[in-house]
Design a protein around this ligand. Sequence first.
Ligand SMILES: [Zn+2]
Length: 393
Amino acid sequence: MSLPPLVEPAAELTVDEVRRYSRHLIIPDVGMAGQKRLKNAKVLCVGAGGLGSPALMYLAAAGVGTLGVIDFDVVDESNLQRQIIHGQSDVGRPKAESAAATVREINPLVDVVIHNTALTNDNVMEIFSGYDLIVDGTDNFATRYMVNDAAVLLGKPYVWGSIYRFDGQASVFWAEHGPCYRCLYPEPPPPGMVPSCAEGGVLGVLCASIGSIQVNEAIKLLTGIGDPLVGRLMIYDALEMKYRDVKVRKDPECVLCGKNPTVTQLLDDYEAFCGAISDEAAEAATGSTITARELKAMQDNGDDIFLVDVREINEYEIVSIPGATLIPKGEFLNGSALEKLPQDKRIVLHCKSGARSAEALAIVKNAGFSDAVHVGGGVLSWVKTVDPSLPSY
Ligand SMILES: [Zn+2]
């Protein structure tokens, strides 16, 4: 399937532009007309992280005239293993600003628009409406569904990518010409079922493999060349070194882009839709959540507690809270953890951020440990508020 170009060509290229883009200009399919379209294009990259880094850098080098970058986060040392748009001296700096500086260094002819803010229900429609195309480099399901819904409601195409450990996926969602993300994934995964890269890790270079597919598709859509990844899901296995693509059909029953849509505006709460934690975990954590500082005070007081780290061993080896015993969450799910818990001590659970420990807390409380608590914010909060000398990850 070929599609018409998304963008009208700019009036002309300057002499500087002709020199800079000469390797594009001599490709017959791109040529002067294609490069003028890129010059006129406005592309927004959601997230200046793993996927956003290579995407923004290649979009800038390619001569996309206006590049928006939206990110609310600041650069952390643990980002540098893959987020190559940022460097050592950018640690602590807002990612949107750091990314914009690199874009300007790669190509000063690009007009960079910095959105140093979180993408929310309140701003997504207005921000998206200023761009021709969105590149989605988000790492969580709530934002992913919001990006999809906003793009479909505005009639805009977007290039989606996702990465985890050695596996990557990419597609182009454009409801006018094919399926949307909800046609492929009507429901978000159950809470806790799909670990994030922050929990499960990602091979740094995988970001380049998938990010470059996203830029490739963006350039094709903007200039109207080739066979775009609309209605196809690209699946990449870096260990096997295999790419394959599977057909994705538009779902006539899709609640958003189907024949009789029931979702006709943004959802009120995408976090709730994707359920950061299960109802059981939320209920167990209510009134039974302590802060990292409170845990430290308990330890300093010599309280009779049994501190359990429910993360995985790899994570425990990177950083752990002194005195914690490692019992991974899986052992709570299969019940084997319970016999390891002392009956005469107060059980205190923690994980990386507080999501997994809340799930484990529900199981522990159900088993009769009624005064058990978990640490909100987990190890991350411990490092931030109790011992900043420890590494974060
Ligand atoms: Zn759909």
